[in-house]
Write a protein that binds this ligand. Structure first.
Ligand code: DC
Length: 216
């Protein structure tokens, strides 16, 4: 049983997905963390972010796992290290490389087979879980998304400006939507939710009530 959620950076998908998962007693699958961990590893190894034998080898060897809310890269807890602006940028770059997507696909499907999950990302509804019964596209205006990201980063003590975050979100939107491999797009059968002016709890309630409606 998979509930699939896609949407652009900063739309609040992960908070909503976690709330929905908790309500249903499902696990939460943060697929962005897989791309972020791959980016962190490539960065640490000093690999160029392009299709290369070295990158393929890295992807063959990488072990990413979840321990509750913690993300483990080759056994090391990288939950915080993968959330910096630099890794956000690099994860968007690395996620456009086909070999990276190809190597992360079976891992995501295996997790989805084992248990009830709420999975969020860019291609959950279109590529990874096309047969999911409940599909959502969670959106928000770019200004609202930048504002939310800015507050999130500030709360973590990461120094930045609203303008810099807006620019970063704009660049990531552009790259995530225009790449050839599994670009961000709304699946035809995904329910669209615009979250401007709504908090995560309200969006989670909408998702849950729409799910019930779908099941009738
Ligand atoms: O959701 P996020 O911000 O943690 O994702 C980080 C990057 O990973 C994002 O810029 C695009 C990429 N990504 C992807 O291409 N496909 C996914 N299913 C999830 C994330």
């Amino acid at each position: 049983m998979v509930i699939a959620m896609d949407g652009p950076a900063g739309a609040g998908k992960s908070t909503v997905a976690k709330l929905v998962a908790a309500k249903l007693g499902f696990s939460y699958l943060d697929t962005g963390a897989l791309y972020r961990s791959s980016a962190l590893k490539a960065h640490r190894l000093g690999l160029a972010l392009e299709d290369s034998p070295q990158l393929r080898r890295m992807m063959e060897e990488i072990v990413i796992s979840f321990d509750g809310a913690r993300v483990l890269l080759d056994g090391e807890d990288v939950s915080e290290a993968i959330r910096t602006p630099e890794i956000s940028h690099l994860s968007s770059v690395i996620s456009a490389i086909p070999v990276v997507r190809e190597m992360l696909l079976p891992l995501q499907r295996r997790i989805g087979e084992k248990q009830g999950i709420v999975a969020d990302g860019r291609d959950m509804c279109t590529v990874v879980f096309p047969d999911a019964i409940n599909k959502f596209f969670i959106d928000a205006s770019i200004e609202e998304r930048a504002r939310r990201r800015f507050l999130e980063l500030s709360a973590k003590g990461i120094e930045t400006t609203l303008e810099a975050v807006l620019e970063d979100v704009r660049v990531r939107d552009e790259r995530d939507s225009s790449r050839e491999a599994a670009p961000l797009r709304r699946a035809d059968d995904a329910i669209y939710i615009l979250t401007d002016g709504l908090n995560a709890g309200q969006v989670a309630d909408m998702v849950l009530s729409m799910m019930k409606a779908t099941r009738k």
